[in-house]
Design a protein around this ligand. Structure first.
Ligand SMILES: Cc1cc2nc3c(=O)[nH]c(=O)nc-3n(C[C@H](O)[C@H](O)[C@H](O)COP(=O)(O)OP(=O)(O)OC[C@H]3O[C@@H](n4cnc5c(N)ncnc54)[C@H](O)[C@@H]3O)c2cc1C
Ligand code: FES
Length: 349
């Protein structure tokens, strides 16, 4: 099928977009950075206005893009395919924020390591045939073999390592990528299709504000990348890293963070357990943060993990007077989140 021209009204940037290619994909490959988050239709942060032309909304779910919004000419850049030449404008700000971006690309890699590191959690290391430069906090998508399904996993390695990706994967019962592949047939030496980098979460330039990092489960992956990059490059004046789990079986890489804590007085590591008494912090990670800080004014935060934890953490930080514009969130949504918000909530509980 023919490609169509797609132009951004304010920036004037133009790209050719295949008839079966999402508009977001076309621009990111040209390194024209559009706002986005999940790349799978669940977050809504890639919404744009179609000023001229027509799109196919693809798999955009009704709760992210309502019938009324479609009628008003809105679309999700990560789902919309052009049906004609287009003139579009993202709803979110696309002003230059000083972060160096890297073009989206497809690369093949080889599984170099696959290790159980915590309850239902594996470290997956992939050696890439060609490097994928990225910013600390970003993610890649893996294609489930024999399907067109893509799943998102955040880089845990620092951006200085572009040819070997470290991913932390949590097992999801019944999940196509995890239950059916990464925790089933995947083996060292397998070839893997990788697409990236994606996402706007993370620390891409030096900042003045100290940062609180709150991770639930494998939400630790982008935090590890952020911590390693921030400490190596002096990006953040002071960092508190919180990692929440139910019991000690859910925690991992504590030795890495304790070693970093020993070498960097401005880095603090705080693992928290919600269902086990121990000599560390006990309680939900959000409650531990609440108890640790009487005020978070002038600080920033990065939250990553299950959507419920991320939302609870953001509320706690606002209660402690952190400015909402300094709270950055990455929610690990999955296919169940595409069904409807209420069904997704039932699946999680
Ligand atoms: C930006 C981003 C970054 C991420 N980073 C990470 C990371 O670093 N580490 C990590 O572990 N995860 C991460 N995730 C989550 C990850 O991408 C996958 O969603 C997760 O691994 C589950 O994938 P899966 O294919 O195994 O499960 P899926 O196939 O997506 O299934 C998920 C759940 O939905 C159910 N389900 C599927 N289809 C249906 C249906 N039709 N009806 C009812 N129920 C259904 C399944 O039974 C299962 O319980 C990230 C997600 C995002 C959006
Ligand atoms: S990036 Fe399009 S809905 Fe999340």
């Amino acid at each position: 099928m023919a490609a169509h021209s797609v132009r951004l009204k304010t920036l004037g940037a133009e790209t050719l977009c295949g008839a079966d290619q999402p508009v977001l994909d076309a621009f990111l490959r040209e390194n024209v950075w559009l706002p986005h988050g999940c790349a799978q239709g669940t977050c809504g942060s890639c919404k744009l206005r179609v000023i001229e032309g027509e799109v196919d909304h693809g798999a955009a779910p009704e709760f992210t893009l309502t019938t009324d919004e479609r009628a008003e000419g809105l679309a999700l850049a990560c789902q919309a395919r052009p049906r004609s030449d287009l003139l579009v404008e993202p709803l979110a700000d696309i002003a230059d924020d000083g972060v160096v971006r890297h073009p989206l690309r497809d690369v093949v890699g080889t599984v170099a390591e696959l290790t159980d590191i915590a309850r239902g959690t594996r470290r997956l290391v992939i050696d890439l045939d060609e490097p994928i430069p990225f910013t600390a906090g970003q993610y890649v998508e893996l294609t489930v073999p024999g399907t067109e399904l893509r799943r998102q996993y955040s880089m845990a390695n620092p951006p200085s390592e572009t040819s070997r990706l470290e991913l932390h994967v949590r097992h999801t019962p019944g999940g196509a990528a995890t239950d059916g592949w990464i925790f089933a047939g995947m083996a060292v030496g397998d070839r893997v299709d990788v697409r990236g980098p994606l996402g706007v979460f993370g620390v891409g330039r030096p900042q003045d504000e100290p940062a609180i990092l709150i991770a639930g489960g494998t939400g630790l992956a982008p935090m590890k990348s952020i911590v390693l990059a921030a400490l190596a490059e002096g990006l953040v004046p002071e960092i508190w890293l919180y990692h929440g789990g139910r019991t000690e079986a859910d925690l991992y890489d504590g030795d890495v963070f304790r070693e970093l804590e020993g070498r960097h007085p401005d880095f603090h590591y705080r693992p928290c357990l919600s269902e086990q008494e121990w000599d560390g912090a006990s309680g939900l990670v959000t409650d531990v943060v609440l108890a640790d800080f009487t005020s978070c004014k002038g600080m920033s935060a990065y939250l990553c993990g299950p959507p419920a934890m991320v939302e609870a953490g953001a509320k706690v930080l606002k209660r402690r007077r952190m400015a909402p514009r300094l709270i950055f969130k990455e929610e690990f949504t999955d296919t169940s989140d595409l069904l409807s918000p209420s069904t997704a909530e039932e699946e999680r509980t």
